[in-house]
Write a protein that binds this ligand. Structure first.
Ligand SMILES: [Zn+2]
Length: 417
């Protein structure tokens, strides 16, 4: 147990800052010496590598989006010149673009913390249903599973029928893959005449690459007795965060520095505010500083009841391009969907407008039940809304059931700029 729930995960704030700042400055200085492109970036801005001493100093560098990285790689094939020119590279993966990624060493902890937090260990037989073909997912999840001692079946993208056969014959206990694929495996098992809960031993699932919707999570857990965990990362930077048994936020891997920034300025937002997840992976091979994931999230800095002190991400609230800013705070369609689900799939629509210099947020809600609109109900709704979206509602308009069509946008920005 001690091996993966290690000192790093229980660092004090001061320890975390000191160790990460030290590694960051080492990485930047090494990168400046070994990567042509990083040297160019620093020289063009007349920044000395010794200027980056701590996390706060990163703000002087621009955020690099996935699109920007593709562009840089097209100009300089294969790694945009961001690699360590004298490092030994274990593996090279690709992601759409194409982008080529010289990968972290096979001895790296990648994903092991996530699997450990999900309770996976030597007694598990894990089905790894992520693709092993060119992309990073299959092999990196495989390595993480091996690091915690689990036996791995590299089933990859085999058909759901084959996956069912493997789960049955090899007495699989854990699934690693996307939630939607697990659902199709369960459906296929039903079709083949099995009772998934009674006939099989699969009781744990670790998901990545797709959002896990609360309703689907509930189905897995309640109907099929599968304990579910979410993991979050990107090929460009590796594992970023993972859920623990509390399932209340994702612990950030201590090998990465995560900033939550305003995508328009690249500056860090105030604590607890929604912003873009920007990741710098501390390593000696690929010097990608401030990678902009395009995902929106919030930081939770309070200690988790599980004992880990690492900071957490409050899930992913949407993509930068889909978000609308209301009084300086982001609002996203996926947050609205969460609220709708919370209130029995209540059809709703948020409209942002402007009166004078003020943003006005109006919510249109369908009266699908008689209690909707009572002051008690409204207060409860407003509280939940504030919890999930941080921003306050200014007006509520109740409309008859069936008025807000399913094809209508959930979030409408009517402001004229
Ligand atoms: Zn925790």
């Amino acid at each position: 147990m001690k091996k993966y729930f290690d000192k790093k995960e229980t660092w004090t704030k001061k320890e975390r800052r000191l160790k990460q700042d030290f590694h960051l400055s080492q990485m930047v200085q090494l990168g400046y010496r070994k990567s042509m492109s990083l040297k160019k970036i620093f020289d063009a801005q007349k920044i000395k590598p010794t200027r980056i001493k701590s996390l706060g100093d990163l703000e002087i560098l621009a955020v690099t989006s996935r699109e920007k990285l593709v562009e840089m790689e097209m100009q300089k094939v294969p790694y945009a010149g961001l690699e360590n020119s004298s490092a030994y590279i274990d593996r090279i993966f690709t992601s759409p673009g194409p982008v080529y990624e010289p990968h972290l060493s096979e001895s790296d902890y990648l994903w092991a913390r996530a699997f450990f937090a999900a309770g996976i260990g030597p007694s598990d037989i894990a089905l790894n249903a992520f693709s092993y073909h060119l992309v990073a997912a299959g092999l990196t999840f495989h390595n993480g599973l091996r690091k915690v001692g689990a036996t791995v079946i590299p089933s990859g993208t085999s058909s759901s029928q084959i996956q069912v056969q493997l789960i049955k014959d090899l007495k699989v206990t854990a699934y690693v893959g996307t939630p939607s694929f697990l659902m199709s495996i369960i459906n296929k098992a039903k079709e083949m005449g099995f009772n998934f809960k009674k006939d099989f031993r699969l009781t744990k699932a670790c998901f990545a690459a797709e959002p896990l919707l609360p309703a689907l999570r509930q189905t897995f857990e309640k109907e099929y007795g599968i304990d579910t965990y979410q993991m979050y990362g990107a090929t460009e930077v590796g594992d970023v965060a993972y859920e623990c048994s509390q399932k209340n936020g994702w612990h950030i891997c201590e090998e990465t520095i995560v900033e939550i920034v305003d995508p328009a300025t690249g500056k860090n937002v105030s604590a607890g505010e929604l912003g873009e997840v920007v990741v710098t992976r501390l390593n000696e091979i690929f010097f990608l500083l401030r990678f902009g994931t395009g995902d929106l999230s919030r930081l939770i800095i309070e200690k988790c009841p599980c004992g880990r002190t690492s900071y957490r991400l409050a899930g992913i609230a949407g993509r930068v391009g889909d978000a609308v800013k209301v009084r300086g705070l982001f609002l996203t369609p996926s947050q609205l969907r969460m609220i709708s689900v919370e209130f029995n799939n209540l059809p709703l629509q948020a409209i942002v407008n402007r009166q004078g210099h003020e943003d006005i947020l109006k919510l249109r809600l369908e009266k699908i039940m008689p209690e909707i609109g009572s002051s008690k109900w409204e207060q409860n709704f407003k509280n939940t809304f504030r919890e999930i979206c941080t921003v306050k509602i200014d007006q509520i308009e109740y409309v008859n059931a069936g008025i807000i069509g399913p094809q209508e946008k959930m979030l409408v920005d009517q402001r004229q700029w």
